[in-house]
Design a binder for this molecule. Sequence first.
Ligand code: CA
Length: 226
Amino acid sequence: MKVLIIEDEKALAESVEQYLNQEGYRSEKVAGFNQAREKINLYNYDCIIVDIGLPDGNGLDIIKELKQIKSDAGIIILSARNNLKDRIDGLEIGADDYLTKPFHLSELNARIKSIIRRRSFSGSKEVVCNEIRIDLDSMNVFVNDQPLTLTKKEYDLLLFFLSNKNRVVTKESIAEHLWGDNMDLVDSYDFIYTHIKNLRRKMLDKGANDYIQTIYGMGYKFNLTL
Ligand code: CA
């Protein structure tokens, strides 16, 4: 799950980034309006946390731009406690939720999870797909009711496949989902191959069907129509 934090208060941005990474997200932060615009036009995020008061612009304009480019990222506004108008404006132009400062990191986490659930899996706390079951809150995965132990990358990969089931996902989109712009694309292809190989083996070991197909020259498909 990729999260972009747009926040100019350095200490706050750092603590959010650190916390979310510990919680298993892949988050990155930018401190200004222009940097944020660059990021959202280049990359896809599952969720974007945006501060309204930025030194070089207004966070509300970032939300407008996200809507213009038809981004399907979830959007959470961060605003000062006394600024009701910003929050209302933000929700009206398409933000999903807001938090007033100061907030608890665990509350932010709960809001992100709920947005991602609403967007990717129609609000459900559990993703069930034939013999595979994922508890999105605890991040536990089961195959035929037996627990499956996955690394964070394998878990992200499985969720990415399940939110794109029966569709071809390219290696580029997998690399972007798992690493964002923090990794050289060519290097990451070897890692993708390894993660997919391991995920497939772990699932087969628990008796799952062999859903992950290699689509030569394009990428992979989580094929439920086998
Ligand atoms: Ca600010």
